[in-house]
Design a protein around this ligand. Structure first.
Ligand code: SF4
Length: 418
C-alpha cells in the first residue's frame, strides 16, 4: 500500500494551480491539520488492522483472512499492520512544515503501519522554503527523496506564473539538498509557459541536466478552469502547438543524451531513481490518501477527502467520506484505468495482465488500431519476460489522451469469462 499525505499550505497561490491549498502560512491552521493527520493515521491504522469498525461497510467485505472485495484485510485472526512501501508528502508545499513536525507524523505512521524494508519516503519542496538547515532536518527525519518544484530557471518565466521563488533560490535549494545527502533529488519543471521559447526551454534543460539531479519531471502547462491563467487564456503569449510538440520531443532527446531514461509520459530518471510512489499509482497499487482533497483507492473503491480544510477538519477521523465523495468503479472503469495507467508508462500495457483482468485478447481486439499506430510511429509492440506489451512511443505519448480513448472502444462491459 502507498500512503499519501496532502499538505494544504502554500506561501502564495501560483497562477496556474488548481490543486487544493491555502495561501499564507497560518501556524494555527497548520497545527490543527497536523493533529488531524496524526488522528487519521491512528484511526486508519486501527481500522485497517481489522481491530475496529471505524469504516462500517468497508471492513465487513473481508471474510476469512483474505483481502476483501475492496482489498482491505479484515481478518479476525489478530492484528495485521498493512504493509506500506512508500510515504509521499505532497501538496501544497510540504517544505513549509518543520522537520520536527514531519518527523513526528512519520513516526506515527511507522507505528500504525508496517513499513516495508527500503521504504521510499518522499516529499515535495519549493525552493523558497527549503533552506540548508531544513534540508538536513528532513533528511534526519527519514525523508529519502525530494522533488524540488523549480518549474523554470528563468526569473521572467517564474514571475509570469506567480511563483514566489527566483532562479537563484532554486539553485541554492538544490545545493542544500545535495549537501544534506538525500538518496534521490528530483527537479520538477513546467514547459510551455507564457513567453517561453523553444531555445529558452532547451537552455534551461541543459542547465538542469548539468546539475545531475537523479530525477527530472517535465509537465506541459495546462490551463485549468478557475485559475487566473485560464481567465487570461485569450491574451497569453503561449507557444504554438508545433513549438510545444518540439518542446516535448526535445526534452526527451536531450535528457536521454545526458543518461536519463523516460519511464512515464512526463518523468525521467537516472537508472534506479524512478519514483516508486508514482510508479505504484501507474501500476495499480492500493493507496491511502490523508489530508484535504487527498484521494484513496483500494481494489475498485475510490474516495476523496473534502477539498476544504475546515470541512476536512470537521469530518470524523479514519473514515471514508459519504457517497458524494466515494465511488465504486465498475468493471469497465477499472479496465479503462488499467489501460490508461499502463500506457502512461514507457513499459506499456502487458497483454497478459489485460487478458487476466478482462478475459480478452487486447492485440486481437485492437488489431487495426495497433497496426495503424505502429505504422505511424506512435506505438510499438514489444516482448518482455511477462510476454508481449503494447507501448506508446514518445510521439504517441504526446497525444496519449487521444490514443487511449481509441483503445477504450474495445473494452467489454464485463469480463469475458463472466
Ligand atoms: S506551490 Fe504548488 S501547490 Fe502551491 S500554489 Fe504553487 S503550484 Fe499550487
Amino acid at each position: 500500500m502507498l500512503l499519501y499525505i496532502h499538505v494544504p499550505f502554500c506561501r502564495a497561490k501560483c497562477r496556474y494551480c488548481a490543486f487544493y491549498s491555502r495561501p499564507g502560512c497560518d501556524d494555527a491552521a497548520m497545527g490543527a491539520w497536523a493533529r488531524a493527520i496524526d488522528a487519521d493515521l491512528r484511526a486508519w491504522g486501527e481500522a485497517l488492522r481489522g481491530e475496529a469498525e471505524l469504516a462500517p461497510g468497508f471492513l465487513a467485505d473481508g471474510t476469512d483472512g483474505t483481502y476483501g472485495r475492496h482489498g482491505v484485510f479484515s481478518s479476525g485472526r489478530g492484528p495485521l499492520r498493512p504493509r506500506v512501501t512508500s510515504v509521499f508528502f505532497g501538496g501544497g508545499t510540504p517544505s513549509l512544515l518543520s522537520p520536527a513536525l514531519l518527523g513526528r507524523l512519520l513516526d506515527r505512521a511507522s507505528r500504525e503501519f508496517t513499513f516495508a524494508d527500503g521504504i521510499e519516503i518522499s516529499m515535495e519542496a519549493n525552493p523558497e522554503s527549503m533552506t540548508p538547515e531544513k534540508a538536513a532536518g528532513f533528511r534526519a527525519a527519514g525523508v529519502s527523496r525530494v522533488s524540488l518544484g523549480v518549474q523554470a530557471l528563468d526569473d521572467s518565466l517564474l514571475a509570469a506564473v506567480g511563483r514566489v521563488h527566483s532562479r537563484a533560490d532554486a539553485l541554492r535549494a538544490y545545493e542544500g539538498l545535495r549537501r544534506a545527502g538525500f538518496d534521490s533529488v528530483g527537479l520538477d519543471f513546467i514547459w510551455g509557459l507564457p513567453g517561453e521559447s523553444l531555445a529558452s526551454w532547451r537552455a534551461q534543460l541543459e542547465e538542469a541536466a548539468t546539475l545531475r539531479p537523479d530525477h527530472v519531471s517535465c509537465y506541459g502547462l495546462t490551463l485549468e478552469e478557475g485559475t487566473p491563467l485560464f481567465a487570461e487564456r485569450d491574451s497569453l503569449d503561449l507557444p504554438g502547438e508545433d513549438v510545444q510538440a518540439a518542446m516535448y520531443a526535445g526534452c526527451g532527446e536531450l535528457l536521454e543524451q545526458h543518461g536519463y531514461r523516460q519511464y512515464e509520459i512526463s518523468n525521467y530518471a537516472l537508472p534506479g531513481h524512478e519514483c516508486r510512489h508514482n510508479l505504484g499509482y501507474w501500476l495499480g497499487e492500493d493507496y491511502l490518501g490523508l489530508g484535504p482533497s487527498a484521494v484513496s483507492s483500494m481494489r475498485g473503491l475510490r474516495w476523496s477527502q473534502p477539498a476544504d480544510l475546515a470541512e476536512w477538519l470537521a469530518a470524523p477521523r479514519g473514515q471514508r467520506p459519504g457517497p458524494e465523495l466515494c465511488e465504486e468503479l465498475s468493471f469497465r472503469e477499472q479496465a479503462e484505468e488499467l489501460v490508461m495507467l499502463r500506457l502512461r508508462t514507457a513499459r506499456g500495457l502487458p497483454l497478459e495482465e489485460y487478458r487476466r483482468f478482462t478475459g480478452r485478447d487486447f492485440a486481437a481486439d485492437n488489431a487495426a488500431l495497433i497496426a495503424g499506430l505502429c505504422a505511424e510511429g506512435l506505438a510499438r509492440m514489444e516482448s518482455g519476460p511477462e510476454g508481449p506489451r503494447f507501448a506508446l512511443t514518445r510521439p504517441g505519448m504526446l497525444i496519449s489522451n487521444a490514443v487511449i480513448e481509441q483503445c477504450f472502444e474495445s473494452i467489454p462491459n464485463a469480463p469475458a469469462s463472466a
